[in-house]
Each structure stands twice: as C-alpha cells, then as structure tokens.
Design a protein around this ligand. Structure first.
Ligand code: NAP
Length: 315
C-alpha cells in the first residue's frame, strides 16, 4: 500500500510513517516544508497546491496548527480552524483530481464532543458546542464531501483522537519537560488539574498508530474514537505519573494559573470527556496498552524520563 500522510512530520504522522515503512508499505510525507525524496509540498491555503503521487492508494490527513500547548488568541484560533478546514479542502480536491484513491483517514479529535461530565461518549454521541467542537465538525464535514461524491471510489474514516501519550512530544512530554512552561513533575509539584474529577481520554502513541493502520487495512469507514478502552479521570493520570516517577502528585494545579498561561486553551484541561472506543473495539481492534500504568511504564518507566526513540513493534 502507498499512503500519503499530511502532517507526516508531526507526532502521530512521524510514528505512522515509520511503522508503514517498517512493514514494507510506502509512505509519502506531505509537508509545508518538504525536505527529503519521499516528501512533497503543499500550500494549505492555495487551491490546487497538492498533487498526490500517481501510485497513492490511501491518504492519512493529520496536518493542522497545534491545538494544545499554546495560548489561544484570535490569530491562533483562526490558524487552528483554517489550517484544518482549508487543509482538508486541499486533500479532497487532490483526491478528486487523482480519481482512484481507495481510502481517506482524516484526523479529528475527541474535542468533537466538548465538555460532557460523566456522559459515556460513543461515536453516536451528539457533538459539543464550544470552539473546538465546531472546528472538529467543520473538519469532518470537509472530509465527508469526498465520501458523498459518487465519481470517486474513496471511503472515508474520521479518527477522533484522544490525548496521545508519547515520551518525546505532546501532552505527556510537555508535563515532564524540565525546561517548558509547565513542569510540575520535575519540581515535585505534580498534581491534578482543578478537582481532577474530569475524565481524561488518552491513548498510547503506539496504539494510535496501530489503530490507524487497522482502519486502513480493514478499509473501515465513518467515525472512530481513538482512545484506550480504560477510562480514567485526570487525578488518576497524575497519580499514576507520580507513581512511575516516584514523586508526589497531589498538589492541585489551579485554573487561574493555567488560564494565565494558555488563555481559553486552558479550558481543554478541565473538559471532561468519558470517551469510549466502541466502533474500534467492535471492529476487532485491541489496544496493546489498556491501562494507564502499563502505558506510563512503557513510556517513562525506570523511575525517570529519558526521551529517546523506543523500538517499535506493531502487530
Ligand atoms: N497529539 C494529540 O494528542 C492529538 C489529539 C487529538 C487530535 N490530534 C490531531 O491529530 C493531528 C495530528 O496530531 P499531531 O499531534 O501529530 O500534530 P503535530 O505534531 O502538531 O503535527 C501536525 C503537523 O501539521 C503540520 N502543521 C502545523 N501547523 C500547520 C498549519 N498552520 N497548517 C498546516 N499544517 C500545519 C505540521 O507539518 P509540516 O510543518 O510538515 O507542514 C505538523 O507536523 C492534528 O490535527 C491534531 O489536532 C492530536
């Protein structure tokens, strides 16, 4: 299979490309700044700027301006929205021009559901109403255009991804970063965000990639919640990190401190999303890291955090 991966330079995309190549599939990275022989360029807001290689069978679309880890001002919110809406439009145009792409796996996020308390959120749950929920709906609607087009054979899946845990990049790496803006665990101050009662939808990066490969291999369509099957609350995450690192994890991080740092984006950390991977499990997929303790032991075990690429094993 030959897969074009937008955002193939990012956290999920780079692991996905590595796994595809490891199992002898071919991958072309679509980047705003292509650097190597297997990378092609595009200009997200320029119509017709993406030309998929003739041999492409499937597209995995992951590109978009960062949602977490940055303060949201109006410019950044516009970048979050426009990069996804316009980027997906470019992908859909390119798939139409190509004419014989079998499958599009298009990024989305559990942000689709908004802040939902203790509600059990399967793929059938109604979307939320906040900024990110609206972005996710528009992002998915752009990709759905190609599913509804009878002139092309492309099936479309949406991956509503939870917080991806990795030791090098993303939310977990940020929490453990000794030089980043939020580094509570390094100073022995780790603790839950607010009350810590909010549900925290998570997935180990290796399972995120395995799930995308499963969707590609099985030719699956429609929305999929990409989260581990075990639901945990924020306080369970912080206590599990404290256990693995052998550091205290019981001093709550107050809302105002995170609002000062991240503005409206801080709301994401307080949102409660009890997301269930119903369709993924129903399709026969099993995560390798079902419990947060196993996931953290794999990522940051041995009592310390030494960021380095692990040997990947994808079944
Ligand atoms: N990681 C998570 O926890 C998580 C959770 C839920 C959903 N997601 C979603 O899944 C997708 C992939 O996540 P990720 O963590 O791998 O993202 P990432 O590491 O931030 O990488 C995304 C890629 O998008 C491209 N990009 C960045 N800014 C852009 C912009 N303004 N316009 C167009 N492209 C831009 C970059 O590639 P180039 O610089 O090469 O163009 C970047 O490598 C994202 O859409 C993200 O929102 C991620």
């Amino acid at each position: 299979m030959h897969v074009a991966v937008t955002g193939g330079t990012g956290l999920i995309g780079s692991h996905l490309v590595e796994h595809l190549r490891d199992r002898s599939d071919e991958a072309t990275v679509v980047s705003r700044d292509p650097t190597g022989p297997d990378e092609i360029g595009w200009v997200v807001d320029e119509e017709g700027s993406l030309e998929l290689p003739e041999e492409t069978d499937a597209v995995v679309h992951l590109a978009g301006a960062p949602i977490v880890g940055q303060r949201w001002d109006e410019d950044h919110k516009r970048a979050i929205r426009d990069s996804r809406v316009q980027g997906t439009r470019r992908v859909v145009e390119a798939i139409r021009r190509h004419g014989s792409i079998d499958h599009l796996v298009s990024g989305s996020a559990v942000g689709y559901y908004g802040d939902r308390g203790d509600e059990r959120l399967t793929e059938d749950a109604e979307p939320g109403e906040d900024f990110l929920a609206e972005v996710c709906q528009r992002w998915e609607a752009e990709a759905a255009e190609i599913a509804d087009d009878p002139t092309v054979p492309t099936d479309v899946a949406f991956v509503r991804t939870g917080i991806v845990l990795d030791d090098e990049e993303g939310a977990l790496a940020e929490m453990l970063n000794p030089v980043g803006p939020v580094r509570p665990f390094h100073w022995g101050l780790g603790g839950p965000v607010g009350s810590g009662e909010q549900w925290f939808p998570w997935i180990h990066v290796e399972d995120e990639v395995r799930a995308i490969l499963h969707i590609l291999d099985e030719g699956l369509e429609g929305p999929f919640n990409l989260v581990a099957g075990t639901q945990i609350r924020n306080k369970q995450l912080t206590s599990a990190i404290g256990d693995v690192l052998d550091r205290p994890a019981n001093l709550p991080v107050p809302r105002f401190a995170l609002q000062l740092l991240y503005g409206e984006a801080a709301d994401l950390l307080f949102a409660s999303q009890r997301v269930v991977p119903e369709r993924l499990e129903g399709s026969g997929f099993t995560v390798r890291f079902a419990s947060i303790d196993e996931a953290l032991a794999d990522l940051i075990g041995d009592g310390g955090h030494e960021p380095q690429r692990r040997e990947k094993a994808v079944a």
